[in-house]
Design a protein around this ligand. Structure first.
Ligand code: THU
Length: 133
C-alpha cells in the first residue's frame, strides 16, 4: 500500500507516541515515516538524564529506516503533546528538519496537527535552504 492518507499516517504516529520515553519533559512524541515503497517506520522520542542526548521521534523513525537500507521517503507524520493527553500542536525541530533534508527533497511531506487541524507542509516550506548532497 503505497498511498496512505495523511489521517492514517497521523494515526500511526499517534500510536507510536505511546512508546515515548520522556520522564524529564513529560512531552511524548510519535512519528510515522512513509517510505517510497509503501513501508512505514515508526519512532518515539527517547530522553536521557543528559538531556542533549535525547533523540526526537522523527529521528528515531528515520534512523530505524535508514539503518535497514531505506533511502527514499514520501512523508512523515508527527504527533506530540503532554504524556497521556491528547496531541496538541507539534512541529519538527531544526535538527530533525536537517536530518530529513539529508534524504529528502523539497516535496517531502510533513503531516502534523497545527493546533486546529491535521495539515501537510513540505520540507521546502519548513527548511527552504537546507544542505544536502
Ligand atoms: N520532541 C520530538 O521528539 N519531536 C518534536 O518534533 C519536538 C520535540 C521531543 C524532544 C523531547 O524529548 C521532548 O519532545 C520535549 O522537547
Amino acid at each position: 500500500m503505497k498511498n496512505i492518507s495523511d489521517e492514517v499516517l497521523f494515526s500511526k504516529a499517534e500510536k507510536a507516541r505511546e512508546a515515548s520515553y520522556c520522564p524529564y519533559s513529560g512531552y511524548a512524541v510519535g512519528a510515522a515515516l512513509l517510505c517510497a515503497d509503501g513501508t512505514v517506520y515508526t519512532g518515539a522520542n527517547i530522553e536521557n538524564a543528559s538531556f542533549p542526548l535525547t533523540v526526537c521521534a522523527e529521528r528515531t523513525a528515520f534512523f530505524k529506516a535508514v539503518s535497514e537500507g531505506k533511502r527514499d521517503f514520501t512523508a512523515i507524520a508527527v504527533s506530540g503533546g503532554e504524556k497521556d493527553k491528547k496531541y496538541s500542536a507539534c512541529s519538527p525541530c531544526g535538527s530533525c528538519r536537517q536530518v530529513m533534508r539529508e534524504f529528502c527533497g523539497d516535496d517531502f511531506r510533513i503531516v502534523l496537527f497545527d493546533g486546529e487541524k491535521i495539515k501537510a507542509f513540505t520540507l521546502g516550506e519548513l527548511l527552504p535552504f537546507g544542505f544536502s548532497l
